[in-house]
Write a protein that binds this ligand. Structure first.
Ligand code: SAM
Length: 299
């Protein structure tokens, strides 16, 4: 397909080039902002998974170019890929799931936290939806962990999500940390894509929450026993029963009184209407074939 053909087919692709945006994604952030007014009174922003940089361009234009007071503005953009420079944007090349990258980002906001964190991160999709959703979920978790270190109370977080079958869990998790959580699908995001954006407003972590980069699924070094209160998210596993009692995986000989046969007791309560009852009846009367049932039943 030629380039002009893509220009015709994808209006946002064409408009992005006409507007000087590095990617059509710029329109997604602009449209989310139209709805949620993300940039008013916002000076300090983190743009996670930022390359090639169209969201950083939006931030740079809205917070620096279009403003008289630009001194207080700090925009930190992070991506695995290198990005061409942008006015007023500090760039970090790194993996947001790595603690070293997180620490570098956090160091820019020590003493004065961020007002807004955005993340348009997406893995290279495999086409296997479960895997893609899982990796996207891990990316979002990493983005949230960084956010919990740098975002001020009352700040906002916007991130790309894949609306898969387990996405409700994600909404509930975000709702623990933000008072207002909305899922948003900008016009410029293709309907055929399961992509959407979670807009989390008013960061309000639970009392006693200590931000961490630890992902229990990835972090083998985490000392789970040191977690306390609201930070302890693991359900304890408790083995109970006397160690001298029967082991349910062993086979034991029948315990018979001297010289007595073993007496098999009936079940205390037989099933009331088991689904296999009809088949058993037919089998007893040798009528399985007649009824046209081709079943393998347990006799
Ligand atoms: N918002 C960007 C823009 O407007 O130009 C587009 C972002 S693009 C859809 C997704 C980006 O996520 C890619 O540049 C990719 O390198 C980045 N990414 C994926 N996994 C990442 C990770 N673990 N750490 C940092 N960046 C990551």
């Amino acid at each position: 397909m030629g380039r002009s053909s893509k220009d015709k087919r994808d209006v946002y692709y064409r408009l992005a080039k006409e507007g000087g945006w590095r990617a059509r994604s710029a329109f997604k952030l602009l449209q989310i902002n139209e709805e949620f007014d993300l940039f008013t009174n916002v000076n300090r922003v983190v743009d996670l998974c930022a390359a090639p940089g169209s969201w950083s361009q939006v931030l740079s234009r809205k917070l620096i170019e279009e403003r008289d007071q630009k001194n207080a503005v700090k925009i930190v953009a992070v991506d695995l890929q290198a990005m061409a420079p942008l006015p007023g944007v500090i760039q970090i090349q790194g993996d947001i799931t790595k603690v070293s990258t997180a620490n570098e980002i956090i160091s820019h906001f020590e003493g004065e936290p961020a007002d807004l964190v955005v993340c348009d991160g997406a893995p290279d999709v495999t086409g296997l939806h479960d895997i893609d959703e899982y990796i996207q979920g891990q990316l979002l978790l990493a983005a949230f962990n960084i956010t919990s270190h740098v975002l001020k109370k009352g700040g906002n977080f916007v991130a790309k999500i894949f609306r898969g079958k387990d996405v409700n869990l994600l909404y509930s998790q975000m709702k623990l940390f933000f008072t207002d959580v909305t899922v948003c699908k900008p016009r410029s995001s293709r309907n055929s894509s399961i992509e959407a954006f979670i807009v989390c407003l008013n960061y309000f972590p639970p009392e006693g929450y200590i931000p961490t980069m630890a992902n229990p699924l990835l972090n083998q070094d985490l000392d789970y026993n040191s977690l306390e209160g609201i930070n302890c998210m693991l359900t304890p596993f408790l083995a109970c029963g006397d160690l001298n009692s029967y082991d349910s995986d062993m086979t034991y000989p029948l315990e018979l009184e001297d010289g007595n046969d073993y007496i098999q007791l009936p079940p205390t309560q037989a099933p009331i209407k088991p689904p296999y009852e009809t088949a058993c009846e037919l089998k007893k009367k040798n009528k399985i074939q007649e009824e046209g049932l081709s079943v393998n039943i347990l006799t």
